[in-house]
Every structure is written in C-alpha cells, then in structure tokens.
Design a binder for this molecule. Structure first.
Ligand SMILES: NC(=[NH2+])NCCC[C@H](N)C(=O)O
Ligand SMILES: [Mn+2]
Ligand SMILES: [Mn+2]
Length: 308
C-alpha cells in the first residue's frame, strides 16, 4: 500500500508570502521531526535535496508591486522562488519520483502547481482553513500566501505571464476540503468559479470520509493526476498551534489522518497522486515542534502508512 515510487523531498523555505516571520524554518522543523527517517522506515526510497536558495526577506524590499490595480508584497521574489520550485517539481516527476515539497508559506504552491501541471492535466485537493483565492486586486492583506490558487489559475492580475505559465491545472478539478475562513471577494470568486468547495460544515454534517471520497472523485475526474496541497492550518489550532494564521474549528487529529489515508487508498487503486506539499509550519509559534511532528505523521499517512 505504500507509495509506488521514490520520494524526493524539496525544501522551499520561503516566507515572502506570509505576514509573520518563521515559516522559513518550516522545512528544518519538519526534517528535525524525522520526515526522511519515517518514510524510509515505511520502505520508501527517499532523497532530500538542498533547499531552494531564498534570500532573507529583510534583505529585500517588500516593494508592494503595482500589478494592474492591485497590491501584493514581495511579488518579484515570490515569482523567483516559484519558478525555481516549478523546475524542481517537474524534474522530480519526470525522473519518476514523487515530489514532497516542504514550505514555507502557501505562496510556494504556485510553483508546485505549475510544476505538477507542466506536461499533464492535473487536479488539486486543497486542505486549508482558507480559500487562498485572492488576487492582488482583492487581497485584504497583500500577502501572497492568500493568493496561490488564483495565481496558478491565472486570475486577475495573475493573467499576466508567467504566473500560470503553461500549467494544465484544470479549474473544474480543483477541490477545497474544510474551508472555514474566506474573505468577501474570495467567497464571490469561489462561488462563481468551477471549483468544488467542501467546507467544515460539510464535514460536520456528512463526516470526513464521504467528503474526502467526493473530493477525490471531483479532483481526479478526467485528469492525469492530482496535487495535494496541505496547509497545516486546516487542522484545529489545538492540534497544530504552529501556524501563522490559525482559525478555530478545524479538523481533528483523527479526521486529518483519515482524510490522508483515503488519499493513499485512492492512489493505491487508481494511481492518482502526482505531488504533495506541506505548508505553513511556523516553529516560532509552535509548541515543542508539535506541528512539525504532526506534518511528518500526516505525510506518512498520505503515502500509505497504516496502523495495521
Ligand atoms: N495560506 C494562508 N495561510 N493563507 C491565509 C490567507 C488569509 C487571508 N485570506 C488573506 O488573503 O490575507
Ligand atoms: Mn493556505
Ligand atoms: Mn490556511
């Protein structure tokens, strides 16, 4: 049941897209929590590349770049990071490996999605408290980690090259699971889009199993594979305190394992997984590396670890 290909860990310690420092230490914290050791213990061949080289934010000018009418901080830097990440993800897939990307804030998903969707039609499952579907025109914060899905789908100011580059991410195969914090403009944009959105209320009513099965059906229909984007703030802050934008009422520890076990099972039967990322771990805000430990456990479940 474990994943059918070697794993390549790719660290993307960017915090250009977040309001708070600290997520740049996410890859270190997740490695320290024993990610590679855990995957190897599962029998997975695992390589761990050097992190992407990312200059510290203090050495750069946030330069609220006026892209059309909007605002977004560190856009130029974010674009550089995401172009480099796109190449790494695409290379890993081409080499027959499974890219497991460690953030960093969620803006790095632009690179992951562009890489995963480079030569294939792809869907995505977005486990997140947030919609991350703002554009520079609608963002209340100017933080690009609230915009990666809009960027990868070429919305608003991101219609300009090379944000969505040539990715073949299909909007109708993008699926949210567990949304609970959405800005007003974002709500309108999500409702008007072709994406599918399951909120925490859907999980309350139906249970995690049926929701994730439906999400997998919608994400995988007619595509070559899917990218799983996992924002640690999807979990309740009691479980995952080490995140920059915590929101009450998130998924439980068991729901998170269960969701990712279902992803692994679908992969075992249909070979759907193409790439995954774990983002928004902020060790400064964490308690004894609890959130990074949890990220390791959840990666293992997604890649096929079982209790028995
Ligand atoms: N990846 C995240 N943690 N995103 C939080 C986004 C928060 C808010 N919606 C914003 O756009 O600023
Ligand atoms: Mn997010
Ligand atoms: Mn989030």
């Amino acid at each position: 049941m474990t994943l059918d290909r070697p794993v390549r860990i790719i660290g993307a310690p960017s915090d250009y897209g977040a309001n708070r420092r600290g997520v740049d230490m996410g890859p270190s914290a997740i490695r320290y929590a024993g990610l590679a050791e855990e995957l190897e213990a599962m029998g997975l061949e695992t390589t761990d590349e050097d992190d992407l080289p990312i200059p510290r934010a203090e050495t750069r000018d946030p330069d609220v770049e006026q892209l059309r009418s909007g605002n977004a901080k560190f856009l130029r830097e974010t674009r550089e990071v995401c172009e480099a990440l796109e190449a790494r993800v695409a290379d890993a897939i081409e080499a027959g490996m499974f890219p497991l990307v460690l953030g960093g804030d969620h803006s790095i998903a632009i690179g992951s999605l562009n890489g995963a969707g480079k030569n294939a039609d792809v869907g995505a499952i977005w486990f997140d408290a947030h919609g991350d579907f703002n554009t520079p025109e609608t963002s209340p914060s100017g933080n690009v980690h609230g915009m990666p899905l809009a960027a990868a789908l070429g919305r608003g100011a991101f219609a300009e090259e090379p944000w969505a580059s040539e990715n073949r991410l299909r909007e109708e195969n993008v699926v949210y699971v567990g949304l609970r914090s959405v800005d007003d403009h974002e709500r309108d944009a999500i409702n008007a889009s072709e994406m599918t959105a399951f909120t925490m209320s859907d999980i309350d009513e139906r249970g995690i199993g049926p929701v994730v099965e439906d999400a997998l059906d919608a994400a995988t229909a007619g595509v070559d594979g899917i990218h799983v984007s996992f924002d640690m703030d999807w979990l309740d802050p009691n479980e995952a305190p080490g995140v920059g934008t915590p929101v009450r009422g998130g998924s439980s520890y068991r729901e998170a394992h269960s969701a990712l076990e279902l992803v692994a099972e679908r992969h075992a039967s249909e070979g759907v997984l193409r790439s995954m990322e774990l983002v928004e771990v902020n060790p400064i805000l964490d308690s004894h590396n609890q959130t990074a430990d949890l990220a390791v456990e959840l990666a293992a479940s997604a890649l096929g670890k079982r209790i028995l």
